[in-house]
Write a protein that binds this ligand. Structure first.
Ligand code: FES
Ligand code: FES
Length: 156
C-alpha cells in the first residue's frame, strides 16, 4: 500500500492505504475521526465536509491521494467542549441544532467562510452554506448563528 502523509488537525499524519479510497472513509475508519458524517456519499449534502488548505470540501468525494501534504481540519480540530470555536457558542445560543447530523459539516463550511471573509453578509453566509443540507429545517437559525459569531469575532 502506498504511504500518504498530511497534517490532520495540526498533527503530522501518515498512513498506508489505497490512495483511491475516499478521505471520509479514511477519516472515519483508520483515523477514528467520526465528526465528518456520511450523508449522501455523492457531494450533495455537505455532512462530510472538512477544510483542506482553507477550503471546505466534501470528504466523501475527495480521494486520499489528492490531500497528500495538505492541511486538513475536521470538526474535531475546530474546538473542544472546554475551548469551543467561536462559532460553536452562537450555534447553541441561537438553538441552531436540532438532530445535529448536519452540524459538523455546516460548522466546517462556516469556519472556512469566516477564514476568508470575517464580515460576511446574510447573502454571503447563505451562499457559503448553499451545498449544506439540513433535514431539520434549521437554516434560518444556522445563518443567524454564523452572523452572530462573525460579529462577536470581529468585535474582539
Ligand atoms: S456525504 Fe459527502 S456530500 Fe453528502
Ligand atoms: S439539525 Fe438535523 S439535519 Fe440539520
Amino acid at each position: 500500500m502506498p504511504n500518504v502523509r498530511f497534517r490532520l488537525n495540526g498533527v503530522e499524519t501518515s498512513l498506508d492505504a489505497d490512495p483511491d479510497r475516499s478521505l471520509l472513509d479514511i477519516l472515519r475508519g483508520p483515523l477514528h475521526m467520526t465528526g465528518p458524517h456520511f450523508g449522501c456519499g455523492a457531494n450533495e449534502c455537505g455532512a462530510c465536509n472538512v477544510i483542506v488548505d482553507g477550503h471546505a470540501v466534501a470528504s466523501c468525494d475527495t480521494p486520499l491521494w489528492s490531500v497528500a501534504d495538505k492541511d486538513i481540519t475536521t470538526i474535531e480540530g475546530l474546538g473542544t467542549a472546554q475551548q469551543p470555536h467561536p462559532l460553536q457558542t452562537p450555534f447553541i445560543a441561537e438553538q441552531a441544532l436540532q438532530c445535529g447530523y448536519c452540524i459538523p459539516g455546516i460548522l466546517i463550511s462556516a469556519a472556512a467562510l469566516l477564514q476568508q471573509n470575517p464580515n460576511p453578509t446574510d447573502a454571503n453566509v447563505r451562499a457559503a452554506l448553499d451545498r449544506n443540507l439540513c433535514r431539520c429545517g434549521s437554516h434560518n437559525r444556522i445563518v443567524k448563528a454564523v452572523l452572530r459569531a462573525a460579529a462577536e469575532m470581529t468585535a474582539r
